[in-house]
Design a protein around this ligand. Structure first.
Ligand code: SF4
Length: 80
């Protein structure tokens, strides 16, 4: 398992839902139709910062979501 911090820049997000299609385990829509982190993975309850111990499958879909976001709103940081 690899630990990641993931952040979403809410201002940059255009709400196209690509990350949610690719990785619904981690991303969901907020009330404004933009992406946020699902409750399970929020770091200290923050909606736009997640802390995730990722399996290989989850790591792959997170990496893909980061790469496919058209506005580079998603940033992944490997912690260990
Ligand atoms: S892929 Fe990027 S722009 Fe699209 S909903 Fe996710 S964070 Fe927002």
């Amino acid at each position: 398992m690899v630990k990641y911090r993931v952040t979403i820049d809410k201002e940059a997000c255009i709400g196209d839902g690509i990350c949610i299609s690719i990785c619904p385990e981690v991303f969901e829509f907020n009330d404004e139709g933009k992406a946020r982190i699902v409750e399970k993975y929020r770091e200290e309850g923050k909606e736009y910062t997640g802390l995730i111990e990722a399996t290989e499958d989850l790591e792959n879909s997170l990496t893909q979501a980061e790469a496919m976001c058209p506005t580079q709103a998603i940033k992944l940081f490997k912690l260990e």
